[in-house]
Design a protein around this ligand. Sequence first.
Ligand SMILES: O=C[C@H](O)COP(=O)(O)O
Length: 259
Amino acid sequence: MVNRQPLIAGNWKLNGSRSSVVALAKAVAAGVTSPVVEVLICPTSVHLADVLGVVGNSPVHLGAQNCSDAISGAFTGEVSAEMLVEFGCEYVILGHSERRAMFHEDSALVAAKCLTVQKAGLTPILCVGETLEQREAGQVEEVIAGQLDALLDAGGVDSFRQLVVAYEPVWAIGTGKTASPEEAQAVHALIRERISSHDAAIGEALRVLYGGSVKADNAASLFSQADIDGGLIGGAALDAASFLAICEAAASTVGSSAA
Ligand SMILES: O=C[C@H](O)COP(=O)(O)O
């Protein structure tokens, strides 16, 4: 059995000022003590340099929230993978439901972005998830499969080697409604099975995070599920104490998964 190191990723979304993100990054870096959990923070792109100055020599990893699928050229407003690497990023969140819904990113574009950032050495965090309407229509498996298959079609199963999947039910993001540990586990198992059906070793090693109203008080029950390998945290990542408590919850579940 592969030991998957838990990853707790804070998605700071469109929040903060230069001074507040530096303060938040300092508090997170000072509070990360356990080496068993990988901790990642993802500020806005304009805050990367300031945050890198804080976490550059700490165990905290740095990531971005989006990236262009283009390498360079006439793409006004875009940021490239190589630029993110220069600013210390190791990860980039791609295909978040907010980008799919508000910025019309489809699964083919998200897949292209994944392949582009991997070539630059970054690890994509590929977000997938269904809306409430899709869940109520019994389409969860079909929706998730379609989102994964776009990358399987574009890059093959090898594109899941250097990649993290984040399952974020859209109805649970920022709403206070969390999928129950059993509901989340069922979808995580589907995700792993889909990749494992192409390559068992890649599927077994793939880290699958849960996102959607994760808080300090529900984190341990989610992370103790067999196929939940950490979390993509939104609102609670903006408060250092809450985020660190979620990291501690992940550390407490290492070695005690329901597998
Ligand atoms: O990327 C993070 C997710 O959208 C979850 O956000 P949330 O924890 O505020 O629900």
